[in-house]
Design a protein around this ligand. Structure first.
Ligand code: SF4
Length: 378
């Protein structure tokens, strides 16, 4: 039986960034205290007896909760679930939001992988994103994490920041490589309606780099990071060696089951059923305090949605996707003419019944997935 991933969403940040569309709020001591005990109650409700494979504390900024909380949380998990298969326990942090001495405590609490939201090494770009840290703080946090004993560190970078040129991006990549992290994620900035940065872009105070420049930056990352020895294993993700591929995120791409804890967290049973928690922290806390489920909604995916999801995920990562498996699981046939067009345009390669995206092809995953589904029974 597949083991299950455990995702824990911590909705607190020191300060909200201008581009952030995740559910996170600025830290409040009272709320944090209530949240800590309700999170453990939710874990006991959902994870008891489950065979857990990976743990990922994300957010938000999970290191806002102290190491002793996490130590207790992980011990409780050991008591109530089967954690004998757990190999990867990740915690996210942000430069400027964690003390050096606390990093060693997080390591001692049981985390063996750290993901640092560096985003950029350029002070002007950090200001545009309204991040709280400076480029120096990013490097200092990384070095402190190494000193604290983290041997598996991932860093996140963003490209497509207003004002950023391919040259600026190149220098960000160079600085990332100098740190030699085990994992690098490069995400294109998505300007989401309702965020402060969207207002600035919409009223002309900021302008996003052109689509052509963003594409150039995507290929620059591919070229630079591969030349530095990294494996481009998913559209936005690079690992130094196979063992550094994020196991937790791979479970999303493989459609293995996962349990989400915390406001807005999603869960999936590995087959057809998805559910997600209420977003607002007050509602989340009140539901659990009254011994009620924080799940807001549950949906059952139909065959077409499953096929679309398998294709979208599979076309984004190097392992690709098995067409026969999709047809067998969903009863839907792939559009062979469109498949031939994808091969002809160099977006995929085919190996037996598996389709494997090229670097170019990963960029077209969503559109290609939709076009590949033919609504007819096998
Ligand atoms: S640190 Fe991350 S989660 Fe927190 S506000 Fe900034 S982008 Fe959002």
């Amino acid at each position: 039986m597949n083991s299950t991933g455990l995702y824990v969403h911590i909705p607190f940040c020191v300060k909200k960034c201008s581009y952030c569309s995740f559910y996170s709020i600025e830290c409040d001591e009272m709320l944090v205290t209530r949240f800590r005990s309700m999170l453990c109650a939710e874990m006991e409700r959902k994870a008891a007896g489950v065979n857990i494979g990976t743990v990922y504390a994300g957010g938000g900024t999970p290191t806002i909760l102290p190491p002793e909380f996490w130590s207790g949380f992980l011990s409780t998990l050991d008591e109530i679930a089967d954690t004998s298969d757990v190999l990867e326990i990740t915690i996210e942090t942000n430069p400027g939001a964690v003390l050096p001495e606390a990093l060693a405590e997080f390591r001692k609490a049981g985390f063996n992988r750290l993901s640092i939201g560096i985003q950029s090494f350029d002070s002007r770009e950090l200001e545009t994103l309204s991040r709280i840290h400076s480029p120096d703080q990013a490097i200092i946090t990384f070095n402190h994490a190494r000193d604290a004993g983290f041997q598996n560190i991932g860093i996140d970078l963003i490209y497509g920041i207003p004002g950023q040129t391919p040259d600026n991006w190149q220098s960000n990549l160079k600085k990332a490589i100098e740190l030699s992290p085990e994992h690098i994620s490069c995400y294109e900035l998505s300007i989401e309606n309702g965020t402060p940065i969207a207002d600035l872009v919409n009223n002309g105070e900021l302008s996003k780099p052109t689509e052509e420049h963003c594409r150039e930056m995507y290929f620059l990352a591919d070229e630079y990071l591969k030349a530095a020895g990294y494996l481009h294993y998913e559209v936005s993700n690079y690992a130094r060696v196979d063992e550094n591929i994020s196991r937790h995120n791979s479970s999303y791409w493989n459609r293995t089951p996962y349990i989400g804890l915390g406001p807005s967290a999603h869960s999936f049973d590995g087959r057809r059923t998805r559910s997600w928690n209420v977003c607002e922290i007050d509602e989340y806390l009140s539901l659990i305090e009254h011994d009620r489920s924080p799940v807001e909604e549950t949906e059952e995916l139909d065959s077409q949605e499953i096929a679309l999801e398998m294709l979208m995920l599979g076309l984004r990562w190097q392992a690709g996707v098995d067409i026969e498996e999709i047809e067998m699981k969903t009863g839907l046939r792939m559009n062979e003419q469109y498949l031939d067009r994808m091969i002809g345009s160099g977006r995929i390669q085919v190996s037996d019944s598996r389709i494997l995206p090229t670097t170019e092809g990963m960029l077209f995953a969503d559109g290609d997935a939709a076009n590949l589904i033919e609504v007819s029974e096998v």
